[in-house]
Design a protein around this ligand. Structure first.
Ligand code: SF4
Ligand code: SF4
Ligand code: SF4
Length: 242
């Protein structure tokens, strides 16, 4: 009787062992999370806010009546404000004065982390710049240090201003800073960020820069991309196809 290689593996339990080995390798493989925003695709429907709504709903981000109290994890900014060093009098019509999606850049060299006196904000091995709202004392040093305006301070209690409550995500209190977390809770479950999932045009692509076969790496090889304020040396991990 001849036994195939697969049958031999099954019989000896080696297949299960090999699978466990592959899972272990995947778990310890290096990760560097990043996002590619296809700004051209995003501009096709300038009124679309599905990604913003999905993020803010998932993370209990309040809608506050006073504009100067506004809290935002992801929003649209005029191209010239988002990319001041790219601005010139010949900026292509496609982008001139147009809204571009912006969020925390999860910088490789984040100034916000350096200035925090309580380590309420820190950078993980996989690149996520995190927040611990219990440790935040509201000094706002990080707000001043972030050159992208990616952090919001809760000037008022945000809880009465939630349009709906998402029970599986914490709410914050008055006097703490918050920002995009790259959906770390969803990533831990193997799910994509809420904004990425919500985009009907697949204008947002999230993935692992450490994996040369990931979608983000393929896009970065195939398309021309820019980053916000690269001259500052913060090494943003949000790349824009323009
Ligand atoms: S964009 Fe701002 S808040 Fe986000 S990591 Fe960079 S410096 Fe920090
Ligand atoms: S406001 Fe909070 S997160 Fe920001 S620097 Fe101060 S303690 Fe750290
Ligand atoms: S990655 Fe997650 S937290 Fe960040 S903007 Fe998108 S949905 Fe919001």
């Amino acid at each position: 009787m001849t036994i195939t290689r697969q049958a031999f593996f099954r019989m000896t339990g080696l297949a299960a062992l090999a699978q466990a080995g592959r899972r272990l390798m995947a778990a310890v493989a290096p990760r560097r999370w990043a996002m590619v925003v296809d700004a051209q695709k995003c501009l096709r429907d300038q009124g679309c806010t599905r990604c913003i709504q999905a993020c803010h709903r998932a993370h209990n981000v309040p809608t506050l009546p006073r504009p100067n109290h506004q809290v935002a994890w992801i929003w649209k900014e005029r191209y010239e404000r988002a990319f001041p060093s790219q601005r010139n009098e010949y900026t292509a019509e496609t982008f001139k004065d147009k809204p571009v999606l912006v969020l925390c850049n999860h910088c490789d060299n984040p100034p916000c982390v350096r200035v925090c006196p309580t380590r309420a904000t820190w950078k993980r091995e996989d690149g996520l710049v995190m927040m611990d709202w219990h440790r935040c004392i509201g000094c706002r040093y990080c707000v001043a240090a972030c050159p992208y305006g990616s952090r919001s301070f809760n000037w008022v209690d945000p809880r009465p201003h939630l349009l709906e409550l998402t029970a599986d995500f914490p709410t914050r209190s008055k006097g703490v800073v918050e920002k995009c977390t790259f959906c770390e809770a969803r990533l831990a479950q193997g799910r994509p960020p809420a904004c990425v999932e919500a985009c009907p045009d697949k204008a947002l692509v999230f993935g692992n820069l450490a994996d040369p076969d990931s979608e983000v790496r393929k896009l970065l090889r195939a398309r021309y991309t820019i980053r916000r304020k690269p001259e500052l040396g913060t090494q943003p991990q949000i790349f824009y196809i323009v």
